[in-house]
Design a protein. Structure first.
Length: 401
């Protein structure tokens, strides 16, 4: 399977192509074959590939200062933090490099928030089907036994409930005095594109205020414009206390952030948290330019409009096809759930010249660059719908246990 990469640890089921370069929503492999990018490096390449303004800014930054250290002041960190605060209505940011790191920091904030209030064994409410990363703490918060298997003992201090069931959270509140935070993805990504309902988010916000808990929304995948708002929770008209970000924030340059509001902003102090690469000048420049280009090019409304068009076109093309369960999501974060495992669609789409992913075994996931055009959305549908129909016609559904 990885015969051509014998010196790299075999932790990914890789497809047998290597990408060499891209422009916009197109990428080419080392054999010259072209692909339409419906995956965007898993919701990372916000601006597509080789965006001329981003390339120029990064080249400029590489020639000035790639890395210094958090021993020193860093005006680019302040600039990106100020932008994130303005866009979110929150108050401060901490920078790291990946999603799991942002989540790990959020978990530390929750625990320290508890300790500061005299709770010696703080607990955090987490959710079924959640995905928060693959460090020991974040895989413990994750609600997927496959991610956890082999890495026990898990980190303690998590209470798990089903999504969109406010009574389940209230029941925990009534019985457990150690809870300090509720931690969820506003829209679950790896778990199969399952959104927290807006009224549910508003109820959680209210409950967190009543109980003095932190509402921590993992927007690593659904944030930074993907749903047509800067942050997905803004559709519900609420604000979290803690919001981890990463994936799309640097358009491919590794940037993670924990953005916090009033209740969480002074929990961590000097010596409580840090990371060597976090907030380095190159990654900050990537984040700043990504946000500025998104604003200049109107990418929020593009994500909303092209996403709605893509969803509608997929619904039309797959209407009445037996085996298509649901097409769901928001903006350019869409999932097509089939009634059976469909991992093979990944390689078939690749052969047809389309990059996408399959998550939660039976959900085809589209998270393309936010620059996707209507014509490119139509092209995704034209490539994908026949594949889905052919797959469903040939494979029998798995029998229910
Ligand atoms: C991808 C993802 C993560 C983990 O991010 P990494 O950068 O891979 O560590 C965490 N949370 C969510 C919601 C994600 O989609």
């Amino acid at each position: 399977m990885t015969a051509s990469m014998p010196h790299v640890m075999n932790t990914y089921g890789r497809l047998p192509i290597a990408l060499s370069h891209g422009v916009g929503c197109r990428v080419w492999d080392t054999n010259g074959k072209q692909y339409l990018d419906g995956l965007g490096g898993i919701a990372v390449n916000t601006l597509g590939h080789a965006h001329p303004k981003l390339v120029a800014a990064l080249q400029d930054q590489v020639g000035k200062l790639i890395h210094c250290s958090n021993y020193y002041e860093n005006p680019l960190q302040e600039r990106l933090a100020a932008m994130l605060c303005e866009l979110s209505g929150l108050e401060a940011a901490f920078f790291c490099s990946t999603g799991l790191e942002a989540n790990e920091g959020a978990l530390k904030i929750a625990r320290k928030f508890g300790h500061d209030r005299g709770i010696a064994r703080p607990e955090i409410i987490v959710f079924e089907k959640a995905f928060h990363g693959r460090s020991i703490a974040t895989l413990s918060a994750t609600g997927n036994p496959k991610v956890q298997a082999g890495f026990e003992p898990l980190v303690e201090g998590f209470v798990r409930v089903p999504l969109n069931d406010i009574d389940a959270v209230k029941a925990v509140a009534a019985n457990n005095r150690n809870v300090v935070a509720v931690f969820l993805e506003t829209i679950q990504g790896e778990g199969g594109i399952h959104a927290a309902r807006w009224d549910y988010l508003r109820s959680l916000r209210q409950l967190c205020d009543e109980q003095n808990w932190l509402l921590m929304l993992d927007e690593v995948q659904c944030g930074v414009g993907r749903t047509g708002k800067w942050f997905a929770h803004q559709w519900a008209g609420i604000k979290p206390d803690v919001m981890p970000l990463a994936k799309g924030l640097g358009s491919g340059v590794p940037v993670g952030a924990i953005v916090v509001g009033e209740r969480a902003k002074n929990v961590l102090g000097p010596g409580n948290h840090g990371t060597t690469f976090g907030g380095n000048p190159l990654s900050m420049r990537g984040g700043i330019e990504t946000l500025e280009i998104m604003i200049a090019d109107g990418l929020l409304s593009n994500a909303a409009q092209v996403g709605a068009h893509l969803k509608g076109a997929l619904e039309a093309a797959l209407a009445g096809v037996p085996g298509v369960q649901q097409i769901r999501g928001a903006g350019l974060m869409l999932g097509i759930e089939l009634d059976r495992p469909c991992g093979v669609i990944l390689s078939r789409a690749m052969e047809a010249g389309l990059l996408l992913s399959v998550t939660a075994d039976s959900v085809i996931r589209l998270v393309p660059p936010l620059i996707l055009s209507v014509a490119e959305a139509d092209e995704i549908v034209a490539l994908l719908a026949p594949l889905v129909k052919a797959f469903l016609a040939e494979s029998a559904p798995t029998p229910q246990p």
